[in-house]
Design a protein around this ligand. Structure first.
Ligand code: SF4
Length: 332
């Protein structure tokens, strides 16, 4: 299993999945798309804030993912102030030009979390806050192992996340669960070499973390980025789409930055939200994110659900398995 949307793009775009299948090796995607694992409740939080007069800003993919019924794009079409931005810096620029409260719907794994952390450390405007849906990859990998729904023989670890957290961060998985891991880059050869290295570990009865992407990933990762991230955020328990609550797998703002935490700042306005929003009817994104089914096993794939009219997040995001398969499917 891999846990990275870019790895899935490489595997499908270059026809590697079918080639590896012919060799008896199955590579399945896990919860590697940050847009896809964001829950319907988190999207409902952003929608609720937009409905209550805040300016809500987020990245393009997140804009179109449905909550229980509507997406932020739908809410914008109703006249609420939702903006698509390319970076958190754009969002700060919006906050500097308005008296309204501005909320950045901040998503991503360890790769993106240092950026909002850095912004928070540089005293952003007082009308600015973030709705954090940042998540940590290693706890999700551990949850996949513990859930036991799928026999995972090895992990291809994500290159981008590993550049921040470092190869050493995965050691506990190999030592505790006896599972081989290889950190891989994103070129087709990177992924093929990683699969080969995993196959060698399995054949030799080994379970360790190897680093195919050593040209970028260091054992200790990016110390400065980790320091910034850890200065502002702390781990919290959080549910992922398709998963129960995974202990310590989310990032929440530390108490000293509560003024920039949209959940604390607008606690009263968010308190009426349900804790349990339904997934879109018929959508199998949750099972896809746990590696249990392939996108074309969803009855809505390519018919009721397309990139133009997505039903679930895996069809919205360009890192989502459904979107990727529909774009490159003929090469599988
Ligand atoms: S094809 Fe659409 S509805 Fe089916 S799992 Fe993928 S995103 Fe969900």
């Amino acid at each position: 299993m891999h846990v990275c949307g870019t790895h899935q793009d490489t595997l499908v775009r270059f026809g590697l999945i079918s080639m590896l299948q012919e060799a008896g090796i199955e590579v399945r995607p896990g919860p590697g798309c940050p847009v896809c694992v964001t829950t319907a409740r988190e999207i409902e939080e952003a929608i609720a804030l937009a409905r209550r007069g805040k300016v809500v800003a987020t990245f393009g993919d997140m804009f179109r993912v449905p909550g229980e019924k509507q997406s932020l794009a739908d809410v914008k079409a109703e006249g609420h102030d939702v903006r698509m931005v390319y970076s958190i810096t754009d969002c700060i620029a919006i906050a500097e030009k308005t008296d309204k409260d501005v909320v950045f719907f901040s998503i991503g794994f360890e790769t993106t979390a240092p950026t909002p952390a850095s912004v928070i450390l540089h005293n952003p405007p007082e009308n600015f806050s973030i709705l954090s849906t940042h998540r940590l990859i290693p706890p999700a990998m551990e949850a996949l192992i513990n859930m036991g729904e799928l026999r995972i023989d090895g992990f291809i670890d994500p290159g981008h996340v590993s550049a921040i957290i470092g190869a050493d961060s995965y050691e506990f998985l190999s030592s505790k669960y006896n599972i081989p891991q290889v950190i891989a880059g994103f070129e087709p050869l990177d992924v093929l070499i990683a699969v080969y290295m995993l196959a060698m570990q399995i054949r030799n009865g080994e379970a360790k973390v190897e680093n195919e992407y050593a040209r970028v990933v260091k054992p200790e990762g990016n110390e400065k980025a980790k320091r910034i991230m850890n200065a502002v955020f702390e781990p919290c328990d959080i549910s992922w789409r398709g998963f129960p609550v995974i202990p310590g797998s989310g990032l929440t703002l530390k108490d000293e930055f509560a003024g920039y935490d949209a959940r604390k700042r607008y606690e009263d306005e968010l308190s009426a939200l349900s804790s349990d929003y339904k997934e879109p009817e018929g959508c199998r994104c949750g099972e896809i994110l746990r590696g249990l089914v392939n996108p074309d096993e969803c009855p809505l794939f390519g018919t009721m659900c397309t990139p133009q009219h997505p039903v679930g997040p895996c069809m919205v995001s360009r890192e989502g398995s459904c979107n990727i398969l529909l774009r490159y499917g003929e090469k599988m």
